[in-house]
Ligand binder design. Structure first.
Ligand code: PLP
Length: 473
């Protein structure tokens, strides 16, 4: 059983995967895109395999497998809730497929009136912005020059709109800069103004201990969502936690099998929670994986993980600062309130080109672009409204929209991973890379002259006739 960081690496699936670089050399793939999705652990994969002989539909049927699977599935809800300190006598844990779906479900369930206001921030991922815009008037609080949320402005908006604000929706940690918001402090302000708080914890729960606090605590987090695929269990589960009485009221957001206790031709009675809000056959397998990932992270200790990731972040930023021509966004000195996300640009180079060279010549996986946070990205990059208009107009001809490169750390990354990354970055800033790169006229992606890529060399799971037929269609 893995219970410490020192033997965790041997448990990471795919850590030893080799790829071929542009010059033909094999290289261990270095994964620094954990903010997008993490790899899984062997322990998690094994738990799925161990569970499969017991797999069955849940909450219906008296067969022994149905009883076992139902028991396991119910327990996974409790584990997902306890992981963030939820009092399960007052809160319900609802599974979805990811954070985005959970936020949409929550936004839908609020049944906002025409005068209701949601206060959010410019920092948010589109998934914690667009669902609110769809249902309510949203006030986006701005950011300060260091990329953090303007908390004084947030407080002002709460006071100015007292009585109208139903919800404050903020990220626990930014997927662009890694900045962690003071969620309990914001919760106190929201509650004092008669509003509730939702925390998008997609980038937080795998990196920091999270406790939503008792419901009667002024700093209590009313609603919180996270995704299993960002915490080493990429099997399609999202989690939404919130007060039981909130979700017990009204119709379910999706209706159908599993949500009811009685259906007549004229009349329907909704079932109890969480079933009422989990329509259809649920992802039991994904829930098992999530619960196992939580057990593993908990046995290592979230404080230990937070400490390790902070040290590694400091190490990485320290090394990157020594390179010429790199600009890092967000805090680079006081890293106490920042998870391991490093957004940067290289002077005079497109973010897409930098990411392509890191991949083809360094075997390093990072993310580039706007990270589904376009308003935040444009503020950080100081894109003027005029420039924004021009870039939008030029979009068809110029697919390289404003953006950055993002390296993001997981709890299993180590200094060697960072060294490989920074060494390649050093070659890039010194223009010591070997490829000749140009933009493909159709895909808009950078390609290297003479480089060809054959997916079959890496992954060929499907029967060839099925694959050929799919390709031909
Ligand atoms: C801060 C934040 N919120 C929400 C999401 C959406 O998560 P998902 O894609 O799992 O729905 C992401 C994904 O990157 C994110 O980083």
């Amino acid at each position: 059983m893995i219970s410490s960081l020192s033997n965790l690496r041997s448990d990471v699936v795919g850590l030893e995967t080799e790829i071929q670089l542009l010059d033909g050399r094999p290289q261990r793939y270095v994964f620094l895109d954990n903010a997008a999705s993490t790899p899984t652990f062997r322990t998690v994969l094994r738990s799925v395999e161990d569970f499969m002989p017991w797999y069955s539909g849940v909450h219906r049927g008296n067969g022994l497998k149905a009883i076992v699977a139902t028991d396991v599935f119910d327990e996974t809800h409790r584990i997902a809730g306890r992981f963030v300190g939820a009092d399960l006598s007052a809160n319900v844990v609802l599974f979805s497929k990811n954070t985005t779906e959970s936020i949409n479900q929550l936004a839908n369930h609020f049944h906002f009136g025409p005068d209701d206001i949601v206060i959010s921030t410019v920092m948010e991922h589109h998934s914690n912005d667009l669902p609110w815009r769809k249902h309510a008037r949203v006030i986006h609080v701005g950011i300060l020059p260091d990329g953090s949320v303007d908390l004084a402005a947030l407080k002002n908006e709460l006071t100015r709109n007292r009585g109208k604000v139903r919800l404050v929706a903020v990220s626990g940690a930014s997927n662009v800069t890694g900045i962690c918001n003071p969620i309990h402090e914001i919760a106190e302000w929201a509650h004092a103004a008669g509003a509730m708080i939702f925390v998008d914890a997609a980038q937080l729960v795998a990196h920091r201990p999270v406790n939503i606090l008792p419901n009667d605590d002024p700093g209590h987090i009313d609603f919180l969502a996270y995704s299993a695929h960002k915490m080493y269990a990429p099997f399609g589960v999202g989690v939404l936690i919130g007060p039981m009485d909130f979700f017990a009221k009204g119709d379910p957001d999706f209706v159908g099998g599993g949500t009811v206790s009685y259906v007549g031709l004229e009349e329907v009675e909704w079932g109890t929670l969480p079933h009422k809000e989990e329509a259809g056959s649920p992802n039991v397998t994904g829930a098992v994986a999530l619960a196992q990932a939580i057990s593993l992270l908990t046995s290592i200790g979230m404080q230990t993980i937070a400490g390790h990731e902070r040290d590694l972040l400091e190490y990485a930023i320290g090394k990157m600062k020594k390179l010429n021509g790199i600009k890092i966004y967000g805090p680079t000195a006081d890293l106490e309130h920042k998870v391991g996300v490093i957004p940067f640009i290289v002077d005079g180079m497109d973010h897409a080109l930098v990411a392509t060279i890191l991949s083809l010549e360094g075997g390093i996986g990072v993310r580039n672009g706007n990270f589904c946070a376009q308003p935040y990205m444009r503020k950080l990059l100081n894109v003027s409204p005029e420039e924004e208009k021009l870039k939008r107009a030029a979009r068809c001809d110029n697919p390289i929209l404003p953006g950055m490169v993002r390296a993001s750390l997981g709890c299993y990354n180590n200094e060697e991973d960072v060294d490989i990354f920074v060494e390649m970055l050093d070659r890039i800033v010194r223009k010591a890379y070997i490829g000749e790169y140009s933009i493909h006229p159709v895909t808009g992606l950078y390609i290297a002259k003479g480089y060809s890529f054959d997916i079959k060399k890496y992954f060929q799971p499907f029967h060839s006739s099925v694959r050929d037929e799919a390709l031909a269609s």
